[in-house]
Design a protein around this ligand. Structure first.
Ligand code: DMJ
Length: 666
């Protein structure tokens, strides 16, 4: 048989076979692409995606692989396929016993019910206003009147799975006019950025609703003139309509808490001006390290003049006025996936300063404190009030620090920071547990004139030890039998919580289960006794739980939630309270101690962190998200050092459908 003849005979069949093969291959490729959600994004992952494939074959990666195999990836698990270049933050996932799961889910549902209750009240009485007044059902418009609660609640709704409520909220948000305030009062640039801009961007990422990005950009453009100062430092108060401020005053927390939001806004809009502005501020703040009033490296003082570009006091604090600036050094580093060494440098310098000068402990005690510090006189801050000389004001806002330190400890392998984080968190929890209501005062003061520098000992004890210590605090002469009786009582309470009766109302359970706590004697504590529904301690509890897996953090969180339910709940929502040491009796209702006020961070932060404390570990994992300071999760992703300021940057995630795992069943 001659070759040319064979060729002739098979030419057409071979041609058909080739065409069929090409078509089949094309079809297979298309199916693979379309089944891969966020496929566009996965292309853009480039090297990082390959690295992900390499890393996932290492020991320890099986856990994550198991999770993605068992259930479909949802947006609450972050950018699909992203594996950070930085060390892992969360502990490896472990199996949960069926009993533990029942308790966890029961508690999670209780928190979800609390959100539902609050949203229903806000929607009914104050929809589109900044806040609802939870006792009188009035409204408050202190943040421009653009619906601070509405916007601040968005990401919590998505995390908890309130899809219908979310859709309604988005429709309302479309009508916000960010070019005018409702009452021509000045806005706080800081609050607008963390609540509105952070809220819109996070919800955009989690839902893909374009209107949220449009609104975020509208707001960004309105805010940019507030940064038109010689060194790009933003004004504190800003008259939006007249584009001016009444003075040059600002705080380090306000200057240092725009970066996450502005970098994310540039990323999604492709407009680099926001990220560039944020970076110029960071560069300038770092350059002030050698300027006047900056006496200790990393301990940036709290107040600033945006015209002169200098510090106007010498007090450094991790409480209000300083707090989130330090938090953002670390979080910027996370957002850019460790590609900008400057953020790490600034964070570590500040932590070294804090460790050396601000961290104190009570004599003969393991309780750690952070105190505001005068960097010129080199002394912890004394605060004079009309009663006494107060020492060691532990402002409750500092309770975000344990979470920050714990994350930093994992990222930078700083073991001692983890010890300090655990110790400080015990102090924060102690502030709750030692009040009559189980809630934390706004400001906690210890009447002692002597303190010690941190000596390496911390109050990092087991739940059993903590309970024993608490009992002894109020019953110093108790014998072993009484201590054992207390233990039995605590165990009985645990049984109630750990065996939720099906169908029973959570609030009723809690009301009968929580007994009256004894008040702490007056020479131990003073200060501002209000509880403002603040989130910082539960934020740190969530972080420490996700990192260590120690169930005591869930127990602490649950106790705090119970106390909120018992003393803060109103028929409409939840209210801050006047005194954490006042326990209303039966003849005076709980409302006598309530303030008729609920800031939007209760829904944005407090309830979200409590919910996540009782979620599965892969829901908003710390390895996939970074929270802005208002608890709005932003997705971590591959990053190049100039990417925020470049329009040719990783394309936005192509998720347009909300796929939260939780359903709205409350
Ligand atoms: C929130 O608005 C933010 O967490 C901010 O950083 C500090 N204050 C409140 C909550 O206490």
């Amino acid at each position: 048989m001659s070759w040319p003849k064979v060729r002739q005979r098979w030419r057409i069949p071979i041609l058909i076979a080739v065409v069929v093969l090409v078509v089949l291959q094309y079809l297979a490729f298309s199916i693979h692409e379309s089944s891969n959600s966020g496929s566009q994004f996965n292309h853009d992952l480039g090297d990082a995606y390959e690295q992900d494939a390499r890393v996932s074959s290492k020991p320890g990666a099986e856990v994550e692989e198991k999770v993605t195999e068992e259930k479909p990836h949802t947006v609450l698990q972050g950018v699909e396929g992203f594996n950070p270049r930085l060390p892992k933050i969360q502990r490896p996932q472990v199996d949960e016993s069926p009993e533990a799961q029942v308790v966890r889910e029961y508690r999670q549902q209780a928190v979800k019910n609390a959100f539902n209750h609050t949203w229903t009240g806000y929607r009914k009485y104050a929809f589109k206003h900044d806040e609802v007044k939870p006792n009188s059902n009035g409204t408050v418009d202190g943040f421009g009147g653009w619906g601070a609660t509405l916007v601040d609640s968005l990401s919590t709704m998505l995390v908890m799975g309130f899809q219908e409520e979310f859709n309604e909220a988005v429709q309302a948000i479309e009508g916000i006019n960010y070019n005018r305030t409702v009452n021509s009062v000045p806005i706080s640039v800081f609050e607008t950025i963390i609540r509105h801009l952070g809220g819109l961007l996070s919800a955009y990422e989690l839902s893909g609703h374009e209107i949220l990005l449009t609104k975020a950009e509208e707001l960004g453009q309105v805010l940019i003139p507030a940064f038109d100062t010689p060194y790009d430092l933003p004004h504190h108060w800003w008259y939006l309509e007249s584009r001016m401020s009444r003075d040059n005053f600002t705080l380090i927390a306000e200057v240092g808490t725009v970066q996450l939001e502005f970098m994310t806004l540039s990323h999604y809009t492709g407009d680099p001006q926001y990220a560039r502005k944020a970076q110029r501020i960071t560069d300038y703040v770092e350059s002030m390290g050698i300027k006047q009033n900056m006496h200790i490296p990393g301990l940036y003082p709290t107040t600033m003049d945006v015209g002169r570009g200098d510090f106007t006091n010498s007090i450094s604090s991790f409480g209000g006025a300083g707090d989130s600036a330090f938090e953002y050094f670390l979080k910027q580093y996370l957002l850019v996936d460790g590609t900008v060494p400057q953020y790490k440098r600034m964070y570590i310098e500040s932590m070294e300063g804090m460790r050396r000068y601000l961290l104190r402990q009570l004599p003969q005690s393991d309780l750690l404190y952070l105190t505001p510090y005068n960097t010129v006189s080199r002394s912890p801050e004394f605060v004079m009030d009309h009663l006494t000389l107060l020492f060691m004001n532990l402002v409750k806002k500092s309770c975000f620090v344990p979470g920050m330190l714990a994350i930093g400890s994992k990222l930078f392998d700083r073991e001692e920071d983890m010890l300090i984080a655990k110790g400080l968190l015990e102090t924060c929890v102690f502030m709750y547990q030692s009040s009559a209501t189980g809630l934390c005062p706004e400001r906690w003061t210890y009447y002692e004139l002597k303190t010690e520098v941190f000596n390496g000992k911390t109050y990092n004890k087991s739940l059993k030890e903590i309970r024993r210590d608490r009992f002894l605090l109020f019953h110093p002469d108790a014998d072993e039998a009484q201590i054992a009786a207390n233990e039995a009582q605590e165990a009985a309470r645990d049984t109630i919580y750990h065996s939720p009766p099906p169908g029973k109302n959570t609030t009723e359970d809690i009301a009968t289960a929580v007994g009256k706590r004894p008040a702490m004697s007056n020479n131990r504590r003073g200060g501002d006794l209000m509880y403002l529904l603040r989130p910082e301690t539960v934020e740190s509890l969530y972080v420490l739980y996700r990192i260590t897996g120690d169930p005591k953090y869930q127990e602490y969180g649950w106790e705090i939630f119970e106390a909120i339910e018992k003393y803060c709940k109103t028929p409409t929502a939840y209210s801050s309270i006047r005194s954490v040491d006042f326990v209303p009796t039966e003849d005076v209702g709980v409302d006598t101690n309530q303030n008729d006020s609920m800031e939007s961070f209760f829904m944005a932060e407090t309830l979200k962190y409590l919910y996540l404390l009782f979620s599965e570990d892969d829901v908003i994992s710390l390895d996939k998200f970074v929270f802005n300071t208002e608890a709005h999760p932003l997705m971590r992703r591959p990053w190049t050092s100039d990417s925020a300021a470049s329009i040719n940057y990783v394309a936005p995630v192509q998720q347009t459908v909300f796929t939260a795992s939780a359903s709205n069943d409350s």
